[in-house]
Design a protein around this ligand. Structure first.
Ligand SMILES: Nc1ncnc2c1ncn2[C@@H]1O[C@H](COP(=O)(O)OP(=O)(O)OP(=O)(O)O)[C@@H](O)[C@H]1O
Length: 521
């Protein structure tokens, strides 16, 4: 086993020289760069028997060192120690004193939490697990029987957070696909191949894909498990249950919320893609794989090679004329927005601690990825919505009336309460008028509704004080209450309605509603 840090005994001069030449990714990441996190997995049971040498180490939580190891150094001279820098390096190889052990919760904290926040704030988000076969991608994303992975944790937390938003209209939809040998299959459907097409805005979509509405994390987990049962796996020389396909779980979250400050209905729609790629290792004919496995291997490689090409072009900051070959593979076509587009994206690069070549290839791939900057936007739509505004207003009024009727049973200040009740009734008629005169310019109605809302707020504070009314009410509170009630009397309730009336009359329409306003006054 190698030592943890630069204090290693193994030819320090050579290592330092190599570090100078080979340190990668040291530039500070741009705000919208794809965030790359590396995770080193522990030795597997069958690897432990051979007591292999650990070839990786992390010397800070942002830097990982790969060394050739004694045998490899002798065998091939060109192999050198190399250091790579990333947003975070997670050590799950063993529990040692000077490096914190990264369990599944750590992955959630480092990657999942941020993605969750992004999704709730209306950003498209994506997490991609990349690495060779058996490096821990599925373990990281899905987890094991004993421990949940990132996906179940994100789903659980997502619903927990959404349930706290009592005043929003929320819809969550889930779809789950696999890309196997360059074909798309619906993991929640009947297993038939689906076609990828492009809409008029050149956004790829999957025709006839099942999308399920889900209302809690249990329902989401049931669908996820159903999909996992359908996913194509096989035993390979490196992994007993190797995923032979790329899987993409898409969680679409739509939130609608009325914003009383602006009088508008805010709609946020974001999708969170959770991608577990098939293994990235090279296949050699001498591996003794049967024909199907070889074909699988070459198709997996085709899509990952295209992914690599796309990422390389994007990392070199292309101009508008550069052709990015997204459409050369289904994977890159479907992930177009997430790599180089409108998405906050993270990659978890999973590495084996004992495979120099594959780990080096993964770390180089991850470095290229970390140089990509996306163009991130909140998917937000605001629109004035009179119906919603009136609904909100009606709710406020109902609350006030409820409050008054409760107070009437206990309070001795029936006079004030009756006055307040009259005001609320007045608001009631006002709402009817507004609903009826829906044709009037929105701006005027909004202005009018806002002043009515101010009155409601005043009514509410008056009620709070009235609630305290009893024989022993302190003098200051009585004064305050009288002040509020006087203010209510003084309120100019006529001008906003006059504005509406003017519009109605100048348009010579809806005279009936103008009459109604007259009645009210
Ligand atoms: N951090 C970890 N802690 C404990 N066990 C792990 C960890 N990472 C991976 N493993 C174990 O390593 C084995 C291989 O992991 P996994 O199946 O996740 O690899 P993979 O990268 O998804 O492979 P493939 O590309 O072949 O699907 C599994 O038995 C898994 O439980």
């Amino acid at each position: 086993m190698i030592k943890v840090n630069k204090r290693t005994n193994a030819s320090p001069v050579k290592l330092n020289a190599a570090f100078k030449r080979e340190s990668r990714g040291t530039e500070a990441p741009h705000e919208h760069s794809i965030k790359v996190v590396v995770r080193v997995r522990p030795l597997l049971e069958r690897e432990l028997e051979k007591s292999p040498e650990c070839l990786v180490d992390i010397d800070t939580d942002k830097s990982i060192v790969l060394r050739p190891g004694g045998d490899l150094l002798k065998a091939r001279k060109y192999r050198e120690a190399q250091r790579f820098m990333f947003s975070k390096c997670l050590w799950s190889y063993d529990r040692r004193a000077n490096v914190p052990y990264a369990d599944q919760n750590t992955v959630f904290t480092e990657v999942g939490l941020e993605m969750l926040e992004n999704t709730l704030n209306g950003y498209n988000s994506c997490v991609i697990a990349y690495g060779q076969t058996g490096s821990g991608k599925t373990y990281t994303m899905m987890g094991s029987d004993e421990e949940d992975g990132l996906i179940p944790m994100v789903c659980r937390q997502l619903f927990k957070r959404l349930n706290q938003q009592v005043d929003s209209k929320i819809q969550v939809k889930v779809s789950f696909i696999e890309i196997y040998q360059e074909n798309v299959f619906d993991l929640l459907g009947r297993g038939n191949k689906l076609r990828v097409r492009e809409n008029s805005e050149r956004v790829a979509f999957i025709e006839n894909l099942n999308e399920y509405n889900v209302s809690d994390s249990q329902e989401t987990m049931r669908l996820l498990n159903k999909g996992l049962e359908n996913r194509t796996t096989a035993e390979t020389h490196l992994n007993k249950q190797s995923s032979r396909s790329h899987s993409i779980l898409t969680v679409t979250v739509s939130q609608e919320k009325f914003d009383p400050a602006t009088g508008s209905l805010v709609k946020l729609k974001s999708n969170l893609k959770l991608v577990d790629l098939a293994g990235s290792e090279k296949f050699v004919a001498s591996d003794g794989l049967d024909k199907i496995r070889q074909q699988e291997g070459s198709r997996i490689n085709k899509s990952l090679v295209t992914l690599g090409r796309v990422l390389t072009i994007l990392s070199e900051k292309p101009n508008q004329k550069t052709v990015v070959p997204y459409r050369d593979s289904i994977l890159t076509w479907l992930l177009k927005d997430n790599i180089g587009g409108n998405s906050k994206t993270s990659m978890i690069a999973c590495v084996s601690p004992i495979d120099y070549d594959e780990t080096l290839s993964t770390l180089r791939f991850a470095t290229t990825t970390s140089k990509i900057e996306n163009q991130v936007l909140i998917n937000k739509e605001s629109q004035f919505n009179m119906d919603e505004m009136v609904k909100q207003f009606q709710l406020e009024k109902e609350k006030l009336l409820e409050c008054i009727s409760e107070l009437k049973q206990s309070s001795s200040r029936n006079d004030e309460l009756r006055k307040l009740e009259n005001y609320v009734q007045w608001q009631n008629n006002y709402i009817d008028t507004l609903t009826f005169t829906n044709e009037v310019t929105q701006k005027q109605l909004l202005c009018s509704l806002k002043s009515a809302q101010e009155r409601n707020a005043l009514l509410a504070s008056t009620l709070v004080l009235t609630c305290k009314g009893s024989e022993t009410i302190p003098r200051e509170e009585t004064l305050e209450l009288n002040k509020l009630i006087n203010k209510l009397h003084e309120l100019d309730v006529i001008s906003p309605l006059k504005d509406i009336e003017n519009v109605l009359q100048s348009d010579l329409v809806m005279t009936y509603s103008a009459d109604l306003i007259d009645d009210l006054m």
